[in-house]
Write a protein that binds this ligand. Structure first.
Ligand code: INI
Length: 158
């Protein structure tokens, strides 16, 4: 049996974080969680982390697309928070954001992790940004590192 699995530590990885300003009071906590996990668990160097701010989650896919094409990064972590309102806006922003990010990953074969909260209310978002339901920014950061290592193992496998 051949088992291919990615470890999490990636000391030479170059990581871009694309983050939305909309709901930044939540996203700032996702960013802190992501950077902390990259450095403390992933052993990623501070100088190898780049942060790109976009206006809202809808713009994440475009920015991630260009970051991926720059070939300067091994993975991109997308961070944002989309909170349901009283109109259908949430569905469009969340749907396009998620589909756009996965399209970039498929097109480029570069890991793009989805650290975008899609919640019914602010309380659910706070719970997932470093309080009782963990920190989805940190989880997304570690997922990106695991995928970098997994893809390298797949390519190196005989
Ligand atoms: N952007 C978000 O990141 N989160 C939201 O909850 C949100 N809502 O609900 O409106 C949101 N809207 C802005 C959107 O991402 C775009 O920036 C805007 O539509 C301009 O393209």
């Amino acid at each position: 049996m051949n088992l291919l699995e990615g470890v999490v530590a990636a000391p030479n990885a170059r990581i871009a974080i694309a983050i939305a300003r909309f709901n930044h009071f939540i996203n700032d906590s996702l960013l802190n969680g992501a950077i902390g996990a990259l450095k403390r668990i992933g052993q990623v160097k501070d100088e190898n982390i780049t942060v790109a701010w976009v206006p809202g989650a809808y713009e994440l896919a475009l920015a991630v697309n260009v970051l991926a094409d720059s070939k300067k990064y091994d993975a991109v972590v997308a961070l944002g928070t989309i909170i349901r309102g009283s109109t259908a806006h949430f569905e469009f922003v969340a749907g396009e954001c998620s589909a756009g990010l996965s399209a970039v990953a498929s097109r480029t074969a570069m890991p793009v992790s989805f650290g975008v909260l899609t919640t019914e209310n602010i309380e659910q978002a706070i719970e997932r940004a470093g309080t009782k339901a963990g920190n989805k920014g940190a989880e997304a950061a570690l997922t990106a590192l695991e995928m970098i290592n997994l893809l390298q193992s797949i390519k190196a496998a005989k």
